[in-house]
Design a protein around this ligand. Structure first.
Ligand code: ADP
Ligand code: MG
Length: 323
């Protein structure tokens, strides 16, 4: 269809962390309040994610692994109104092609779940089973059918570190959703389900960081901004702890980053990078998230209005109080 041809296809699954990212975003889009991620052995060998979201109907579950079968947009116009994290309908089909995929899902209007098992794109089992409302997805033996790609996977340790990073980044963007991550049955991460940003940040970044953050907020007819800015004792040698969320989606936006760094550097003569978490709520029409299939780099149509507001807020926060 037209929608399909207008959406640039992209390589989505590079490594286990990309699988975790896509599955986690799907669980969030499904309005889950609790999401558990479990890794067994190495990340490429076993990932399971369980959510308590809206689940899928029998029909939706079969559709979910077909390319561009997103339930989230109907047309290219909807792309610009998208408040969901996913919208391309590429993730599950891509994962399905390169792994052993199992989907168990039950929607609220069904009293049983459907379990589907695929092996590298081929359906091998479909059955009804008992399960709570929500979705469980298992992804096993990633790239087992593609020896060359498997060979180029980074060491398990690096894959794991990338998963932790993805889970932290996404979790910070969704107050009210509790996300846990465990490895070989040991829990290594759990965010609170608090709707309150401060509590949520605390559960993810810890006291060591949060005690150095100053909270500022701003609201107008076009934006709602909540920022948590590190003081002059918190610097990093890269931008890793510059967290920017637009409508709950983690993004990179160099214009915003540089503008904020500029304010810091005007106060503190250091060439390093600050720590901050910035939540921007904005009319989705003003956000272009379709630059890259990985959806990280985001453009705003009115950046030049937003940036002075951010700079002004941050300048004020340097004389404000800590949270
Ligand atoms: P997208 O997220 O871009 O729509 P995906 O390939 O990631 O595409 O998922 C395809 C579809 O499968 C989604 O549109 C959604 O309808 C359904 N889906 C996937 N994961 C879940 C989940 N955890 N809960 C409910 N529905 C899901
Ligand atoms: Mg998705």
């Amino acid at each position: 269809s037209d929608t399909i041809s207008k959406i640039a296809a992209g390589e989505i699954i590079e490594e286990p962390a990309s699988v975790v990212k896509e599955l986690l975003e799907n669980s969030i889009d499904a309005q889950s309040s609790q999401i558990q991620i479990e890794i067994l052995n190495s990340p490429a060998s076993y990932i399971r994610i369980t959510d308590n979201g809206i689940g899928m109907s029998q029909e939706e579950i079969e559709l979910s692994v077909l390319r561009h079968a997103t339930s989230k947009i109907q047309s290219i116009e909807d792309l610009n109104n998208s408040k969901t994290l996913g919208f391309r309908g590429e993730a599950l089909p891509s994962i399905n092609q390169v792994s052993e995929l199992e989907i168990i899902s039950r929607s609220c209007d069904q009293d049983y779940a459907i379990r589907l098992v695929y092996q590298f794109g081929k359906k091998v089992l479909r059955e009804k089973i008992g399960a709570p409302i929500g979705t469980t997805i298992k992804v096993k033996n990633i790239f087992e059918n593609l020896p060359v790609r498997k060979k180029f996977l980074k060491a398990s340790k690096i894959q794991w570190a990338n998963i932790v990073e993805v889970v932290e980044k996404i979790s910070l963007g969704v107050p009210g959703v509790s996300i846990s991550l465990s490895k070989d049955h040991r829990q290594v991460f759990k965010s609170s389900n608090s709707q309150n940003h401060e509590n949520h940040l605390y559960s993810i970044l810890g006291k060591q960081i949060v005690q150095h953050l100053q909270a500022i907020s701003f609201k107008s007819s076009s934006y709602k901004i909540q920022g948590f800015f590190g003081d002059n004792q918190l610097y990093r040698s890269s931008r890793i702890h510059e967290y920017i969320y637009i409508n709950g989606r983690y993004v990179r936006n160099l214009q915003i980053s540089k503008a904020i760094e500029g304010v810091y550097r005007s106060k503190i003569p250091l060439q390093k990078f600050p720590i901050f978490v910035l939540y921007i709520e904005i009319d989705p029409q003003l956000v272009d998230v379709n630059i890259h299939p990985k959806k990280h780099e985001v453009k705003l149509s009115n950046e030049n209005k937003l940036i002075p507001i951010l700079q002004e807020l941050l300048s004020q926060s340097f004389s404000g109080s800590k949270i």
